[in-house]
Design a protein around this ligand. Structure first.
Ligand SMILES: C[S@@+](CC[C@H](N)C(=O)[O-])C[C@H]1O[C@@H](n2cnc3c(N)ncnc32)[C@H](O)[C@@H]1O
Length: 562
C-alpha cells in the first residue's frame, strides 16, 4: 500500500465499515483521480471539448467537470493561463453542484481559499448576482484573489474576515452559503500524504469546535428560505453527521434536503453517531435520522477522494414567525439599497453615479465620505505620505479608519480617479459597467455590493479590479483583461497556443506584431492598450506601438516552466 495510514484512523474505519473495510483499504492502492472543471465564464463546454488539448472523461456529478488521464499536466498549457479551466479534485466539485446556484443570487463562500469552489460558484452565477468569498487566513486569500482574477470573475468580493464579522455586515443577506469547512482531512490521505502528517495537529476535536462556530454563524448570514451547503473532506462522524444533527437540533427552522443516491454518492450514516457518540446521539435523536439524507463520497465507491456533503434548507416561514417580519430579508436590509443584481448595468455616461437603485441618505453620505477620503488620501501622498501600509498592496480595508492605514506610493498624482477612469473605459472598452464604482486610494473597482456594505471589514478585493491611477493616468489591471472577451476590447491581438508565440507572451517577452494583426474598428487608432488573447481567449494586456507589443503580463503571473 502506497499510503501509510495512522493506525488509530484505520482501526476506527474498520469498526465503522465492517465488511466494507477491505474494499475501502484497497482504494489506497490506486492513484488518486485528477480532474479539471471548464470555466464557462470564458468558454462554452462545447467549444472547450473541441479544443481540449488532452483526453477527458466526464465526471458524473459535475456537468463541467472532467477526469484527465494520469500524467497529463493541465497546468502546463497556455489555456490554463487563459483561465479556461480550474484543476480540481473530482469529489471537491460535488458541494457546489448541490448548492444549486442560479444566476442573480447572492452567494457566500465562507471558507474559500484557494478558490476552487468559488470559481465554480462564479461560473454558475454567470456574472449575475453577488459572490462574497472569504477566508480567515490572510496568506491563503492571496491565492483566492488570484484565482478569482485568473478565472475572469467580475462580481466577486474577496474578504479576509471571521464569519462573525461578516454576519454583522451582511445579516440574513445571502440566498446560498457554502461552508467548505476546515476539517481533519482524512478523505485526502490518498491524494496528499502531508494530510496524514498534519492529521495529529488538526485533531478531530479541534476541527469540531471551528465547524460548530462557522455553521452557527452561517445561519445568521442566510436569507429566509436560503440554503447552506456544508462539506468536509473527512470521514469522522463527529465532523459530519454529528455536526449536522447538532445544528438541526439547535436550529429547528432548518431541514436536511435529501441528496439523491446517484453517481456513486452513498447516504449519511446516523448509526455511526449512535455507535461512536452515544451522548450526542441521545441529545439529537429527534433530528439525527435526517442525516441519512446527507451524502458520503467514498474512494472505493466512486472515482474521487473522500468527502461529505449536507444540504441544509431554511424554512422561510419560521423566520417570519421568529422575527415578526421579513424586513431583514435578503432584498430589503436595514433600509439600505444595495445593488442586488450585478447584471444591471449602470450608465456609462457617468460610471460614478450608480443608476441601478435609489440609494439611502446614509449610503449617499458614506459614498461622499469614501470619495473625500480617496482625494485626501492622494493629497497626503503627494505631500510625501508613507508608502506601503501594513496590509500590503494587494489588500483593501473598507471604511475610513482602514483606508487611512492603507498607505500608497508617495508619487501618486492627486488626480481624482474618476476623471481618468471614465475616459479610459470609453476609449478602450466596449462594455457596460455593472455595480458600483469604488475607489480605494488609487485603485478602481466595480463592486457588486458597494463600498458602504464593506465598511470596517478587511477587504482583499471590493470587486472587479479595473486598474490604478498612476502619474495622472489610468493603468488597466490584469484582472480587467482576464475577465474580458476579445469583442469587449477596442483593440485585440490573437496569439496561437501551438506556435510558441502565446508562451513567449506568457513568459513576459516583447513581441513584434505587425499593424494588420491588431483587431480594431477602422476608426480606432492602432496605438494603445491591446487585449492579448490566446486562441481567442483573453490572457492579459499589451501596449502596441510601431510594430512592437510591449508586454504588460504581470511578473508574478508569468509562465516559469521551460
Ligand atoms: C477545505 S479548505 C477550503 C477549500 C476551498 N473551499 C476550495 O475549494 O478551494 C478550508 C478553508 O477554511 C479556512 N478557514 C479555517 N477556519 C476558518 C474560519 N473560522 N472562517 C473562515 N475560513 C476558515 C482555511 O483557511 C481553509 O482555507
Amino acid at each position: 500500500m502506497a499510503v501509510q495510514l495512522p493506525s488509530i484512523f484505520a482501526e476506527r474505519m474498520k469498526s465503522l465499515l465492517g465488511d466494507e473495510f477491505e474494499q475501502f483499504m484497497k482504494s489506497y492502492e490506486q492513484s488518486p483521480h485528477a480532474g479539471l472543471r471548464v470555466n464557462t465564464l470564458k468558454i462554452s463546454l462545447e467549444q472547450f471539448k473541441e479544443i481540449a488539448p488532452f483526453d477527458m472523461r466526464p465526471i458524473p456529478w459535475c456537468g463541467t467537470g472532467f477526469y484527465v488521464p494520469h500524467g497529463v499536466k493541465p497546468g502546463l498549457h497556455p489555456y490554463y493561463h487563459a483561465g479556461l479551466y480550474y484543476i480540481q479534485e473530482p469529489s471537491a466539485m460535488a458541494p457546489v453542484e448541490l448548492l444549486n446556484v442560479k444566476p442573480g443570487e447572492r452567494v457566500l463562500d465562507l471558507c474559500a481559499a484557494p478558490g476552487g469552489k468559488t470559481t465554480q460558484i462564479a461560473a454558475k452565477l454567470q456574472g449575475k448576482g453577488v459572490l462574497v468569498t472569504n477566508d480567515i487566513h490572510a496568506e491563503r486569500t492571496k491565492a483566492l484573489a488570484k484565482n478569482v482574477e485568473l478565472y475572469g470573475v467580475r462580481n466577486a468580493v474577496v474578504l479576509n474576515e471571521s464569519p462573525e464579522r461578516i454576519a454583522n455586515a451582511f445579516p440574513h443577506y445571502f440566498d446560498k452559503v457554502l461552508i467548505d469547512a476546515p476539517c481533519s482531512g482524512e478523505g485526502m490521505f490518498r491524494k496528499d500524504e502531508d494530510m496524514v502528517k498534519s492529521w495529529e495537529n488538526h485533531s478531530v476535536e479541534k476541527c469540531v469546535l471551528m465547524q460548530r462556530d462557522i455553521l452557527e454563524t452561517a445561519a445568521k448570514l442566510l436569507a429566509p428560505g436560503g440554503t447552506i451547503v456544508y462539506s468536509t473532506c473527512t470521514f469522522a462522524p463527529e465532523e459530519n453527521e454529528a455536526m449536522i444533527a447538532e445544528f438541526l437540533n439547535i436550529n429547528p427552522d432548518f431541514v436536511v434536503n435529501d441528496i439523491p443516491e446517484s453517481a456513486g454518492f452513498a447516504p449519511g450514516r446516523p448509526e455511526w453517531v449512535r455507535q461512536m457518540l452515544p451522548e450526542k446521539a441521545e441529545e439529537t435523536e429527534s433530528v439525527l435520522e435526517q442525516t441519512r439524507g446527507t451524502a458520503r463520497l467514498w474512494p472505493h465507491l466512486l472515482e474521487g477522494e473522500g468527502h461529505y456533503v449536507a444540504v441544509l434548507q431554511h424554512r422561510a416561514e419560521s423566520f417570519a414567525e421568529e422575527d415578526g417580519s421579513q424586513e431583514q430579508g435578503s432584498r430589503s436590509q436595514n433600509g439600505q439599497a444595495v445593488s442586488s443584481d450585478f447584471s444591471e448595468p449602470t450608465e456609462l455616461v457617468d460610471p460614478f453615479i450608480r443608476a441601478s437603485a435609489p440609494i439611502s441618505k446614509e449610503e449617499r453620505k458614506r459614498e461622499r465620505l469614501m470619495r473625500t477620503e480617496s482625494r485626501e488620501h492622494n493629497d497626503r501622498h503627494t505631500r510625501g505620505g508613507k508608502a506601503q501600509g501594513k496590509q500590503g498592496k494587494g489588500n483593501e480595508r473598507g471604511g475610513r479608519k482602514n483606508e487611512r492605514s492603507q498607505g500608497r506610493g508617495a508619487d501618486q498624482a492627486s488626480v481624482d480617479p474618476g476623471t481618468v477612469y471614465a475616459p479610459f473605459v470609453q476609449d478602450n472598452l466596449k462594455i457596460e459597467l455593472a455595480g458600483e464604482t469604488v475607489f480605494y486610494g488609487d485603485r478602481v473597482y466595480q463592486s457588486s455590493v458597494g463600498a458602504a456594505r464593506l465598511e470596517g471589514l478587511k477587504v482583499i478585493r471590493p470587486g472587479w479590479f479595473m486598474g490604478t491611477v498612476k502619474n495622472g493616468r489610468f493603468v488597466p489591471s490584469h484582472p480587467l483583461a482576464c475577465a474580458l472577451n476579445a469583442a469587449e476590447a477596442q483593440r485585440s491581438v490573437n496569439l496561437s497556443s501551438v506556435d510558441g508565440e502565446a508562451v513567449r507572451y506568457l513568459k513576459g517577452e516583447t513581441l513584434n506584431i505587425e499593424e494588420a494583426r491588431v483587431e480594431r474598428q477602422a476608426d480606432t487608432a492602432v496605438k494603445g492598450y491591446v487585449l492579448v488573447c490566446v486562441d481567442g481567449f483573453a490572457a492579459g494586456w499589451g501596449k502596441w506601438l510601431d510594430g512592437v507589443l510591449k508586454n504588460e503580463y504581470p511578473a508574478g503571473w508569468r509562465w516559469t516552466s521551460v
